[in-house]
Design a protein around this ligand. Sequence first.
Ligand code: AMP
Length: 398
Amino acid sequence: MNVLVINCGSSSLKYQVINSDTEEVLAKGLCERIGIDGRLVYQPNGGEKEITDAAMPTHTEAVRMVLDALVNPKTGVLKSLNEIDAVGHRIVHGGEAFAETTLIDEKVIAAVEECTDLAPLHNPANLIGVRACQEVLPGVPMVGVFDTAFHQTMPKEAYLYGIPYEYYEKYKVRKYGFHGTSHSYVSKKAAEILGKPYDSLKTIVCHLGNGASVCAVDKGRSVDTSMGLSPLEGLVMGTRSGDIDPSAMEFIAKKENLDMAGILNVLNKESGVYGLSGVSSDFRDLEKAAFSGNDRAMTARKVFVHSVLKYIGGYAASMNGVDVICFTAGLGENDGLIRQMICDNLEYLGIHIDGEANKVRGEEKIISTPDSKVTVMVVPTNEELAICRETVEIIRKK
Ligand code: AMP
């Protein structure tokens, strides 16, 4: 089965075509600057990356261009569009309505629209992607894979905020969590690599990228995670503040003469290690700056590590133990020094890191020593493959 995996943003659209039998990526790329001018990036498996500037007034034209590239007689990877058996859409917020991957129909679209309040930047863009694909690929089944779905197993004590209960009842204000597809894929993969039943392990997954979150997975179920109602809560991230005393927002708003939208803009886009360092949101730049004597860059890295440590410690406590800790995403997979800084403070859990193994970048690897009480691993995430697998599962059940 060939699955087109779509991750649609407000002005961009990332795609992959995956053969689900071999799990080979046949082609991948993205459309950028949709509604502005338009650029298609297309790369067939084993081929050169092609970049084409072309008008893309809406996502429908973007999807059309992707499909044209896929069936292009010279560089395409499909003979015809009939070879696309299903489309898997990443949908950011499924609220409480979606605890599982779902075949998309009008009812599902309406339910996702109802969650728009909770993800005003993401859900409308995701739905535009669904509509564009429906228009251009009529009759091809569409499947929604939700970032929030994996975390719907969290117990009330983990997802409720300590605010008046009626805000949860009336407005569904609660922790939802994100990166669910990644946390689920990585925790399952770790169990597979270790040859242990998924439902026998207590795992903490650290998804450390530009957006970052930690998840506690107990016996294959998400029981807590660091992101909340929105992806702003939790760890200090590239440009997001993570946890902050809410009264600091009013204080800064008054001093800087900002309204709520202005404050949220600062917390989402001008904060995190970028705001702390004044250098960059990219950890590679921070490392360079830090080791060239930039104190703020060094401090920003330490603040980040400290925030990860607090979540790992918290989840080891709330799960009453931990068997496996996984590092994933851009930073988690590639930055051995940050992993070492984190693990140096986990000796109290009986964790010992093998310095040589920890040199790994972007590969599955156990980085703890054989006598470490907790197995620490690098497990590269693959959200597109996870979306493809879930899409196929739903189509086969149909
Ligand atoms: P992601 O959001 O998962 O793509 O991760 C992006 C972040 O990962 C970047 O901001 C970098 O800080 C970090 N990153 C990516 N590649 C490397 C690398 N080779 N070494 C260190 N950090 C990296």
